[in-house]
Design a protein around this ligand. Structure first.
Ligand SMILES: O=C(CO)[C@@H](O)[C@H](O)[C@H](O)[C@H](O)COP(=O)(O)O
Ligand SMILES: [Zn+2]
Length: 190
């Protein structure tokens, strides 16, 4: 019997081998996001648990830097303001923690990336629904069969696996690639 690490590694490597099928949607999404930023829009991110961590990680690649030394780009994680999250969660409901921030901070022409391994988190669904109604481009970074978000988002990238941790590992690879495409599309030092 191999160790847990070797079994996880095997599962991870097997998943990595099928991710090539996502080449076209990842490249297209990266270009679409670059167009949002070039036109003066911002990219918002939301998700729960590990996907909340991904949200703030990826937003910081934009405002800080990814690979290139270039101007700061407009990335905003909706997962980081504990006052907003607790106020909205306490006074309204946990399903409202992202949607109210989208409605307060989002503008037509922005993008919202909803990250969910199940594709079914209620607060992400509500945020995407409202964003679409506001003219905000919605991208789902999803897992399994894409869930309800797969049908709702303007575009989605679905990691076809059933294990949450493996999906999250793939999400980070895809998220980093989106940042790389954005930097390549926007040029350096602009
Ligand atoms: O990181 C993990 C598991 O690896 C967990 O924190 C996980 O993100 C949470 O259970 C989330 O609430 C799952 O939500 P979702 O991906 O289905 O939208
Ligand atoms: Zn995790």
């Amino acid at each position: 019997m191999s160790s847990l690490f070797l079994r996880n590694l095997d599962e991870h490597l097997q998943l990595m081998q099928v991710l090539g099928t996502l080449d076209a949607p990842v490249s297209a999404a990266g270009k679409r996001l670059a167009a949002v930023l070039s036109a003066g829009g911002k990219i918002m991110f939301c998700g729960n648990g590990g996907s909340a961590a991904d949200s703030q990680h990826l937003a910081s690649e934009l405002t800080g830097r990814f690979i290139k030394d270039r101007r700061p780009l407009a990335g905003l994680a909706l997962t980081t303001d504990s006052s907003a999250l607790t106020c909205i969660g306490n006074d309204y409901s946990f399903d409202d923690v992202f949607v109210r921030q989208v409605q307060g901070l989002g503008r037509a022409g922005d993008a919202l990336i909803g990250i969910s391994t199940s594709g079914n988190s209620g607060n992400v669904l509500k945020a995407v629904e409202a964003a679409k109604a506001m003219g905000i481009f919605t991208l789902g970074l999803l897992g399994r069969d894409g869930g309800k978000l797969g049908a709702l988002c303007d575009a989605s990238i679905v990691v076809p696996h059933g294990v949450t941790a493996r999906i999250q590992e793939a999400h980070l690879l895809i998220g980093h690639t989106l940042c790389g495409v954005i930097e390549a599309e926007m040029g350096v030092g602009q």
